[in-house]
Each structure stands twice: as structure tokens, then as C-alpha cells.
Design a protein around this ligand. Structure first.
Ligand SMILES: C[S@@+](CC[C@H](N)C(=O)[O-])C[C@H]1O[C@@H](n2cnc3c(N)ncnc32)[C@H](O)[C@@H]1O
Length: 574
């Protein structure tokens, strides 16, 4: 790749003086001039858009002398261009609706991370077709008219130079058609904050702003501008979305591609709340497939600018080509917007149920952190067939299934090593870890996170030490532990948990709960059926026979669905 790039750059460098006329006079130094010239050169070579997009991150990083190419450069720039079908879906639900509602007007369209202009060129083509059908003008005259309505920002000057050149050439060489395309940091002073448009669309860069110093700085500025509404772990894409809402004119539309986690992550909840203050969500798209060449699942929410009702009914769509999959209701008090994407991930809606309180009414829950994980390292040993006094077996999520701990039967990976029977010598822990171990070696319920369904395991003797990320649940009354186990083993509660946290776990179909999320889960209304469920769970945990355990767990589920007064068969896995 590097050789190919060099071969491409050599004639470019030779041509740079002859291209000087075309260079943007705002270029500050040779590297910038070279970047800009590269864009002009590629345009003059007639590079196709997809090929050019593939080269842009490499070219950018080569000229910045970073030595990163291919995947790394693309990742750094967040340059994952949007599939045309998703662009089309978003324009159908924003631009086309706006045009239907405002038949005599023409909208301005802003993409604050426009790249090579997949959204803007597609929007431009729709507006050009409309203009031609109304005026009968030529295509280039129509582009001269429509070009200034297209507003694009991007920090990558090769991308913006190419896009500006493309609009200019579609408009028959008219520079004025592309004046809306600017190279700038969209989160900076000259960025989104300075823009207004009827339609704001795009696919902003994803990721933690803390990864790179420059982005962290941009994020800090962005946080300030959003009135402290984002935290240090808020995804960059959510920060773009939070800013973009202010750029939309009343009655206009906003839609941006986002990582799925934005629907439920705690770090984005202020952004979600801010959006509902001034906009109404109208449609949402998500996919259980990886749409981009990146390790991330995506969604897009469409908003209409204007006061939001207390409850917004949002049409849901899945996959590409997008097809409808019902609707979901989002209220101003809702902490999570996961229901917008659950159907796209193949999960049914949560059926009606009757509750009588929450787990937090009868229990406490604690999640441990990396300090507790690494604190065990100095005290771990491989145990023999019998456990010595002062040694506690340590368990990980890998050896916990519903109502069963496989410690000693399955190997456990800890600290980069496989152990058959790992134990912790309590006296070898430092003082604070000894206190921690004493607090954990009590009757409790262990609940692994990042699983597809909730899989609680009872530890009534308080003999197992849970390793991160297992949540430990203790009850004020010992007899409540099996009851809480039955609640967590109920399929309704796993489904509810998914509807509250979808997209925040490592896998899009897994459940990641915090200790406070566990405490907020509902307990059932029917006490007698709840007791029967708890008894079935205890039997499941007591038996050594897998088939018998499965039968007990099934009975537990049935009693618990009765306890929540949910129709049996109402929860079918999608
Ligand atoms: C995922 S690409 C999307 C490009 C285009 N909108 C599309 O959908 O095909 C993200 C774009 O964001 C740009 N970008 C990254 N950080 C930016 C910033 N702070 N301001 C403006 N653009 C930025 C990258 O250069 C890249 O072109």
C-alpha cells in the first residue's frame, strides 16, 4: 500500500506547481498544500468515490508522517463511510418528509462530518431532480442552484477538497456552488455551533474522546458548550448528536448514525435527555449485523425539531434494505432508549406484567472493580482435591450457569493462566483485600454480567469468592435469597434487562447490568407463585443431574411468569 501511495504521490509532487492555481489560498503550510493538491490530483485522475475514500486515511496519515496505514489510519480518522442504502433510508425519513411538509420551500442540509459527502451528494441529487422537474433547467444549472444549500464540515481536508471539487464540477465548474463545504473541527468554535440548517444528517466519528489528546481537548470544549451534559466517557458520536440538535431549524429534521450503546449508556443519558427537550424522535433504525467494516453495532434515530410530547411513538426499522418492525414508545422519564433497537436485534417486546416492588426493597448489590481483581493475584494458588482452611475457591463468570457453579469441573482463566481449582489464601491478601474477602464470603447470590440471559447462582454457605465482573447480592433475610434468584432466573426479567441496557455490553445481544440496575428490577405481585418459583430454583441448584436441573429451572420460570401474571407463551425468543 505504501509503495502504491508513493507511486501516486510522485507525479503529484511534480505537478504541484502547475496545480498551484487550484490550491486553496488558506492552506497554511507545505503539508496542507500537499494534502490539498492530492485531493485535486485525485479529482483530476477521476478517482471513483469508494476508491478515494479507501485512500484518504492512508494519504492523510502519510502526509502527517504518522506511519500508520490501512485499518489503523481509518480507525484514527473514524473514516467509515456510510452504505448508500442507509444514507437513502435517512434521507427518506428526513429530507423527503421535510419536502412533503414544505412543498414550496427549499431546505438547507448540513452534515457536520461530511467526509467525501455521501449524505450531501445524495441529498443534492434529490434536490437537483426536484429542481429540474420544476424548472426544466439543465443539470449543471440545477447543481449551481442546489450546491449552496449543501453545508458540509470535516476535519479532513482531502475529503472536503474532493467534495467541494465534486460539487463544483457537477455545477459546471462554478466555485460558488461549493462554498458551504469547509475544513474545520465540527466541535470547535467555527463548527456546528455556528451552523443552522433544516436537515442535519451524518455519520460522525465513533469512539472515546479520551483515546486521543486532540479529541479529548475537543470533547472538553464540547462538554462545556453542552452545559456539562456529557462526561469523559461519552462517545464522540453522541457529542456530535448533542451539538447537532441546536443547529436544526424549527420544524427541521435531525438524524445521525450512532453506536448502539448511545441508546442506553449512562454516559449518554444527558445527551438523550437534552434531545427530548427540543426534539421528538420519530423513527429509529438498527441492525444486528455489522454494517460497517468495524467492530461496532450501529443505529440511527430520526428526530423532528419541536416540542416533544410526554410519550413519543417511534417507528422502528431494521437491517438494509430497511424494513419496518413495529413501533416503540419513548417517554421523557425513560432512562434507556433500548426499546428502539430490541426488535431489530430479534427480541420480542416486554409483555404486560404485574409487580409489587423492586429487588432493592429486600436486598443490596455490589459490583467489584479492577482493584479487587488484581488484588487477588498475590494470593492465588492451585488447590488439591480438598480445600485447606483459610483458602477460598475463586469463581469467574465462565464457571457460572443458572443454578450451577462449575468450580473444579471447568478450568478457569485468571491472570493469563488456566487453573483447575483456583483458591485464594486469605492471609496472603493485603489488609483491605482481606476485609473485602470477609465481606464477600457470606451467604449471597452471584450474578455474572455480559451474558445472554441472567444466570444467578446461590451461595447459601458463603464459600465462593466472586471475581470481577460478578455482582454479589445479599439479602436482609436469608430466606429472600432464593426468591431473588427466582426473580433473576425468570425470562421476563432477562427480557426487561435487555430492554433497559441493549447495546452497552460487549456483544449486542448480551445483558450488562450495574449493581443499581439489578436493584431496580421488579419483584412479582403473586407471593404464592413467587415462593413456588424460589423452591424450584433451590431444587435446581441442589441436583447434580443436568436434565433434572433444566426441568427445575423450567418449573421455576413457569411459576415466576404466573407470579408476574404474564401469559405463558408471551415471551418467545426472536
Ligand atoms: C464515519 S466518517 C463519515 C463520513 C461521511 N459523513 C459518510 O457518512 O460517509 C466520519 C468523518 O468524520 C470526520 N471527523 C472526525 N473528527 C471530526 C471533527 N472533529 N470535526 C469534523 N469532522 C470530523 C472524519 O474525517 C470522517 O470523514
Amino acid at each position: 500500500m505504501v509503495n502504491a501511495m508513493m507511486a501516486m504521490l510522485e507525479p503529484l509532487i511534480r505537478q504541484i506547481t502547475t496545480l498551484a492555481d487550484e490550491l486553496d489560498s488558506t492552506c497554511k503550510n507545505d503539508a496542507e498544500r500537499l494534502l490539498h493538491a492530492a485531493a485535486v490530483y485525485m479529482r483530476s485522475c477521476g478517482s471513483e468515490q469508494p476508491e478515494l475514500e479507501r485512500l484518504i486515511p492512508d494519504l492523510g496519515s502519510m502526509l502527517r508522517c504518522e506511519g500508520t496505514t490501512g485499518k489503523a489510519a481509518r480507525q484514527r480518522a473514524g473514516a467509515y463511510y456510510t452504505p448508500p442504502m442507509l444514507v437513502g433510508f435517512i434521507l427518506d425519513h428526513t429530507l423527503d418528509l421535510w419536502l412533503a411538509e414544505n412543498p414550496d420551500c427549499e431546505p438547507t442540509v448540513l452534515d457536520p462530518s461530511c467526509g467525501t459527502g455521501r449524505f450531501l451528494l445524495a441529498a443534492g441529487r434529490r434536490l437537483v431532480r426536484r429542481h429540474i422537474s420544476r424548472t426544466g433547467e439543465s443539470e449543471s444549472a440545477a447543481w449551481r442552484h442546489v450546491g449552496p444549500l449543501l453545508l458540509g464540515l470535516d476535519s479532513d481536508q482531502i475529503a472536503t477538497a474532493w467534495l467541494a471539487g465534486r460539487i463544483q464540477s457537477l455545477a459546471g465548474g462554478d466555485h460558488a456552488a461549493a462554498t458551504g463545504i469547509r475544513t474545520t473541527d465540527a466541535l470547535g468554535e467555527e463548527g456546528i455551533r455556528n451552523c443552522r440548517a433544516d436537515i442535519v444528517v451524518g455519520n460522525p466519528p465513533f469512539g472515546s474522546p479520551l483515546k486521543q489528546a486532540s479529541d479529548a481537548e475537543a470533547a472538553r470544549r464540547a462538554m462545556k458548550a453542552l452545559g456539562g451534559r456529557v462526561g469523559p466517557y461519552t462517545d464522540l458520536a453522541a457529542i456530535f448528536l448533542g451539538h447537532a440538535r441546536a443547529a436544526v431549524n424549527d420544524g427541521g429534521f435531525l438524524a445521525m448514525v450512532q453506536p448502539l450503546s448511545v441508546l442506553a449508556s449512562r454516559d449518554a443519558d444527558q445527551v438523550r435527555a437534552a434531545l427530548l427537550e427540543t426534539c421528538t424522535p420519530t423513527a429509529a433504525w438498527a441492525s444486528g449485523k455489522r454494517i460497517f467494516d468495524a467492530d461496532v453495532f450501529t443505529c440511527a434515530v430520526v428526530f423532528k425539531k419541536g416540542p416533544s410530547p410526554r410519550e413519543c411513538h417511534v417507528s422502528r426499522f431494521r437491517d438494509l434494505p430497511a424494513h419496518a418492525c413495529g413501533s416503540a414508545t419513548i417517554g421523557t422519564g425513560d432512562r434507556s432508549w433500548s426499546p428502539l433497537a430490541t426488535a431489530a436485534m430479534g427480541f420480542p417486546d416486554v409483555p404486560e406484567f404485574q409487580d409489587a416492588g423492586t429487588i432493592g426493597d429486600i436486598a443490596e448489590a455490589t459490583a467489584d472493580f479492577r482493584d479487587q481483581y488484581y488484588g487477588l493475584k498475590q494470593a492465588i494458588i492451585e488447590c488439591g482435591t480438598s480445600l485447606e482452611d483459610g483458602v477460598a475457591p475463586v469463581v469467574t463468570t465462565g464457571v457460572l450457569d443458572s443454578a450451577r457453579c462449575y468450580w473444579g469441573d471447568r478450568p478457569i482463566r485468571l491472570f493469563g493462566q488456566l487453573w483447575n481449582r483456583p483458591g485464594i489464601v486469605i492471609s496472603s491478601l493485603d489488609t483491605s483485600m482481606q476485609e473485602w474477602a470477609t465481606a464477600r464470603l457470606v451467604p449471597k447470590l452471584m450474578l455474572p454480567t455480559q451474558t445472554r440471559t441472567l444466570e444467578p447462582v446461590l451461595d447459601l454457605d458463603g464459600r465462593w469468592l466472586p471475581s470481577v465482573p460478578i455482582i454479589s447480592i445479599t439479602a436482609r433475610r436469608l430466606s429472600d435469597l432464593p426468591r431473588i434468584a427466582a426473580v433473576l432466573a425468570c425470562p421476563l426479567i432477562s427480557l426487561l434487562a435487555l430492554h433497559r441496557c441493549l447495546g452497552t455490553a460487549r456483544s449486542p445481544k448480551a445483558i450488562k447490568l450495574s449493581a443499581s440496575d439489578v436493584l431496580s428490577l421488579p419483584t412479582p405481585a403473586d407471593e404464592a407463585a413467587w415462593e413456588a418459583g424460589a423452591r424450584a430454583f433451590v431444587l435446581a441448584q441442589q441436583t447434580q443431574d443436568q436434565a433434572e436441573r433444566d426441568a427445575c429451572l423450567l418449573q421455576c420460570s413457569e411459576h415466576m411468569l404466573t407470579a408476574y401474571r404474564v401469559e405463558h407463551g408471551a415471551i418467545e425468543s426472536g
